[in-house]
Design a binder for this molecule. Sequence first.
Ligand SMILES: Cc1cc2nc3c(=O)[nH]c(=O)nc-3n(C[C@H](O)[C@H](O)[C@H](O)COP(=O)(O)OP(=O)(O)OC[C@H]3O[C@@H](n4cnc5c(N)ncnc54)[C@H](O)[C@@H]3O)c2cc1C
Length: 473
Amino acid sequence: MFEYGIVGSGVGGSSIATLLNAKGYKVALFEKEPYLGGCSSTFSHKGYSYNTGATTLAGYEDGFIVKEVFDEIGFKPELITTDPAIVIMQNEKVTPRYSDFEKFFQVLNTNYPYSQNRKFWELIYEINSEFYKMSGHYYSNANIFAKVKSLLSFIPLFLKFQKYLRINAYDFIDNFFDGIDDEYLQFLESQILIVAQAPTKEINFFTAALSLGYTFNENHYAIGGLGAIFNGLTKDIEHVYKNSEIKEIKRLPTYFELHTKNNIYEAKKIILNSTVYDSAKLFEDRDIKSYYKKYEKLNNYQSSFMLYLTIKSKKKFEHHYQIIKEELFPHSLSKAVFVSFSDENDNTIVAKGHYSLTISLHTDLRIWQNKETYKAQKKVLQDILVQTVLTSLDIEESEIVHSFCATPLTFKNYINRTQLGGNAITMKNFLPFLPSNDSPLNSVYHVGDSVYAAQGWPGVMLGVKNLKGLLDV
Ligand SMILES: Cc1cc2nc3c(=O)[nH]c(=O)nc-3n(C[C@H](O)[C@H](O)[C@H](O)COP(=O)(O)OP(=O)(O)OC[C@H]3O[C@@H](n4cnc5c(N)ncnc54)[C@H](O)[C@@H]3O)c2cc1C
């Protein structure tokens, strides 16, 4: 009998499994796929390797959450610092997001000259650094007392940032600049979308400020792809079951049965790393099923369209670009595409002289559900993305050695989820409406980007730390 059965090996599942294992608990980590990491994994397709979705690692520096958790485990990933964290390309303007304020600001202010710029970006810088100095908050949904206690733990944060929490980001920015032009707004909006997963009209300014500010922190590239981190991280866990999808979980009086196609495992407690939108189907138990069903309304169907390219090129590239166009890409929710390159010296992910590219664009699952138009839509979007990347980054078509694309349905087939980017923290969907890492259900816990705290490595890791506290380990 395992103490903990952990369903899914994403950032959340793998990290909590490793933490519990390091504390001496008997854990089993189940992963549907042959590789670990979910949205942050690295996979192989016809001999070429790619990062599945995520490509950047923020939060690995002293005083930040990813490093704090990894240090506690005693794990040191192989990383390269990425600076600029992203290069933003819009029309003819190229703006590297350097971590150094002045270095970034000089280029920004030349590209987008606004008299309020310095005050605005200093505010972003300040909110970002003040936020990461705060600690002590926790979040529980176990019962009404725990919930009230959780909300009280956020009071220092509410007090400190209240004027930015109550106003939507769009209004704040527009007022700040006495009316902002479309180009500059799109520049900000595109960067905010990739972190907050929602447009400025739906989120408060505090969330927007953190989304714009994270590039002032250290950002990292993982050697061998982000997936390589998971192999190192979980190496001391004895029971990692890959290719093992949990099809059903049965609650018995004192433990759970976790059913794969061929086996049944027993665990006293379960931690789900499947999204809250996809978890109800794992259970027959009515209480558990209805608990997860209630959160299905949070599903915003936001997802990703991916283009994967391997190119052979002698040119030098930064690790990450965001290319912003004037029009929405067809069958998408965005005017901006995020392009990540493998490091030129990283020959563990790709052969020497080549680059592995992971290219992502926001889309909506519902755009991809018509079987009759699916193939044609995929082709149209793939062609446009290839052209956009080639032209913007000066790559020849002849340099492409391998390419293919993925839709939200591809994600469903592989990592069991279509909603990507997690639970966007919008004005409507702020604490206390967020699902937590615990629940009123005895011995049922949750980690990942659809529950507290948010998406991305730092967001999911805050949830891992919160869960560790709730489990009192
Ligand atoms: C295109 C894209 C780009 C992104 N870029 C970045 C970035 O650059 N930096 C960043 O920090 N974040 C980025 N993110 C967000 C980040 O990838 C996610 O927030 C994070 O990886 C989610 O981790 P998770 O713990 O929720 O697990 P998930 O990634 O959701 O993984 C869950 C795992 O559980 C497995 N699973 C599900 N159900 C079962 C089952 N029944 N049985 C067994 N296994 C199961 C799945 O196969 C999967 O491996 C990006 C996301 C996307 C989609």
